[in-house]
Design a protein around this ligand. Structure first.
Ligand SMILES: Cc1cc2nc3c(=O)[nH]c(=O)nc-3n(C[C@H](O)[C@H](O)[C@H](O)COP(=O)(O)OP(=O)(O)OC[C@H]3O[C@@H](n4cnc5c(N)ncnc54)[C@H](O)[C@@H]3O)c2cc1C
Length: 406
C-alpha cells in the first residue's frame, strides 16, 4: 500500500461513501475526511422518485448505512459544509466555514444539481427532485385529485409521473423531443414506454417545450403556480409543477483549479483528474478503455463501482475502470433494466418475447453482430446471459492497457 495518511472525500452520496468503505476494507487506517454538504445521514436517490414519493417508504429507509455502520468506518465528518476551493498543487481543500483540509489524496464525488427553467421557480408549487428534502416537499404537494405538470419526459420525469398518477393526480408530461427516452433506449423502446404511460392515463405532450409558468397573482409574478404555457401558446392547468429537465455536474467551485472541466471532471482511465486527485460517480467524466472514449454516467450502479475502483487505485492497484454500464427504471408495474450503451444507429432486435407483451428482452447491435447493449422489460433473469456476453467483451485489451492514454 502507498504511504498515505490523509484522504479527503468531497460528497457523501453513494460514490463517496463507497470509496470510504472500500478504503477501510482494503486496510487503509489513516484519516478519511468526509465533506458532506447536507445535514442528513448519507442516503440513496433511486427510491426518491419511487417509494419515497409514493409514501410507501419512510424517509429513514433511504439511508445508505446505519449510524452504527458509519461509526465503524471511523471517518472525520464535515457536515453541512461545502468544498469551495481546491488547490491542486498544495493538496488542500477550502471549506465554506473557513477550514482548510490538507490531503495526500482527494476524491471528488459531488454529484449533480438540477437544471431550472429560466423563470417561475419562485412560484409556490414548483419543484425539482434531487434531494430527500425536495422529495418530501413534493410528496406533500401531491394531493389526489390535483393536477401535476411534469416538465421533461426523461427517466426522472416519467418515474415521478407514474408515481403521482398512482397517487390519484391528473398528470401531464411536456417533452420537447418527439419520442421520450429515444436517446438512451432507441425509438421503438421509447415509444413502448410512452404507450405504458398513456395506457395508464398519463397525458404526454411531445414535440413541444414550455415557454413559461404563470402564477395566480398579477401578470404571472408570484403566488402559486396556476398554468404552464407551452411554446405554441396553449396552456395546461397546474396545481403542482415538477421541473425535470436534467441536471449538471457540481463543478463550478472547481473553476480555475486547473482540473479539466468538461461535462463533469475529465479523468483518465484510472478515474484520476490530476496527481492524487480522483473523481467518482455522476460527476466523473472518465476515459472508458473498452468504449475508447470519455463517458459520464448518471447511474446508481456506476457510483458504487467507480467508488470501489477509485479506492483501489488510490491505494496503488492501478486498474483501468471499464465497467459494463447498468441502470434501471421503475414505471408503473414495469422494471426496465439496461446493460451497455446503445448508440443512435444501433440495430434493435427483440430476442425474447415481443414488444407489445408484458415481458421482453431487446438487444442492440452495431456492425451487424456486435452486441453493445441489452434491455429487459420485466425480464431480470432472461437478461443474465446477455449480460455475460457483454461482460466478456468489456475487457480492455492488452494494447489498450499499454497505450499512452492509460
Ligand atoms: C430521484 C432520482 C432517482 C434515480 N433513480 C435511479 C434509478 O432508478 N436507477 C439508476 O440507475 N439511477 C438512478 N438515479 C441516479 C443515481 O441515484 C445517481 O447516479 C447516484 O445517486 C450518484 O451518486 P453520487 O454519489 O455520484 O452523487 P450524489 O448521490 O448526488 O451525492 C453527491 C453528494 O455530494 C454533495 N455535494 C455537492 N456539492 C458539494 C460540495 N461542494 N461540497 C461537499 N459536498 C457536496 C451533495 O449534497 C450530495 O450529498 C436516480 C437519481 C435521482 C435523483
Amino acid at each position: 500500500m502507498r504511504n498515505l495518511n490523509r484522504i479527503v472525500i468531497i460528497g457523501a452520496g453513494a460514490a463517496g461513501l463507497t470509496t470510504a468503505e472500500t478504503l477501510r476494507r482494503l486496510g487503509f487506517q489513516g484519516t478519511i475526511m468526509m465533506v458532506h454538504a447536507e445535514h442528513t445521514l448519507p442516503y440513496d436517490r433511486p427510491p426518491l422518485s419511487k417509494q419515497v414519493l409514493a409514501g410507501t417508504w419512510a424517509p429513514e429507509k433511504v439511508h445508505l448505512r446505519s449510524p452504527v455502520a458509519l461509526e465503524k468506518l471511523a471517518l472525520d465528518w464535515f457536515h453541512g459544509v461545502e468544498a469551495t476551493h481546491l488547490d491542486v498543487a498544495e493538496h488542500c481543500v477550502a471549506l465554506s466555514d473557513g477550514q482548510r483540509l490538507e490531503f495526500d489524496a482527494a476524491v471528488i464525488a459531488m454529484g449533480l444539481t438540477p437544471r431550472f427553467l429560466s423563470s417561475g421557480h419562485d412560484l409556490q408549487g414548483v419543484f425539482v427532485l434531487r434531494t430527500l428534502e425536495q422529495t418530501l416537499a413534493l410528496r406533500q404537494a401531491l394531493v389526489a385529485g390535483t393536477r401535476l405538470v411534469v416538465v421533461g419526459g426523461g427517466f426522472l420525469g416519467l418515474e415521478a409521473a407514474a408515481t403521482a398518477h398512482q397517487l390519484g393526480l391528473e398528470v401531464d408530461v411536456v417533452e420537447p423531443l418527439p419520442v421520450c427516452l429515444e436517446g438512451p433506449l432507441g425509438r421503438a423502446i421509447g415509444e413502448r414506454v410512452m404507450h405504458l404511460q398513456t395506457a395508464h392515463g398519463v397525458r404526454l405532450h411531445n414535440g413541444i417545450g414550455v415557454r413559461r409558468l404563470i402564477g395566480d397573482q398579477e401578470q404571472g409574478h408570484g403566488g402559486a403556480v396556476r398554468e404552464v404555457v407551452l411554446e405554441d401558446g396553449s396552456t395546461l392547468p397546474a396545481d403542482v409543477v415538477l421541473v425535470a429537465v436534467g441536471a449538471q455536474p457540481n463543478v463550478s467551485w472547481l473553476e480555475g483549479s486547473g482540473l479539466t472541466l468538461q461535462n463533469g471532471i475529465v479523468c483518465d482511465a484510472f478515474c484520476q483528474a490530476a496527481p492524487d486527485i480522483y473523481a467518482a460517480g455522476d460527476v466523473a467524466n472518465w476515459y472508458h478503455p473498452y468504449l475508447q472514449r470519455q463517458v459520464r454516467l448518471e447511474h446508481r450502479m456506476n457510483a458504487t463501482e467507480q467508488g470501489q475502483a477509485v479506492a483501489r487505485n488510490i491505494l496503488g492497484e492501478r486498474q483501468p475502470f471499464a465497467p459494463v454500464p447498468f441502470f434501471w427504471s421503475d414505471q408503473f408495474d414495469v422494471k426496465i433494466q439496461m446493460y451497455g450503451i446503445a448508440s443512435r444507429g444501433a440495430e434493435l432486435r427483440i430476442v425474447e418475447g415481443a414488444l407489445h407483451e408484458d415481458r421482453f428482452v431487446a438487444a442492440y447491435y452495431e456492425e451487424g453482430q456486435r452486441l453493445v447493449a441489452v434491455l429487459g422489460w420485466n425480464s431480470p433473469k432472461q437478461l443474465l446471459p446477455y449480460r455475460q456476453q457483454l461482460l466478456a467483451a468489456y475487457t480492455p485489451s492488452q494494447e489498450t492497457k499499454a497505450s499512452g492514454v492509460l
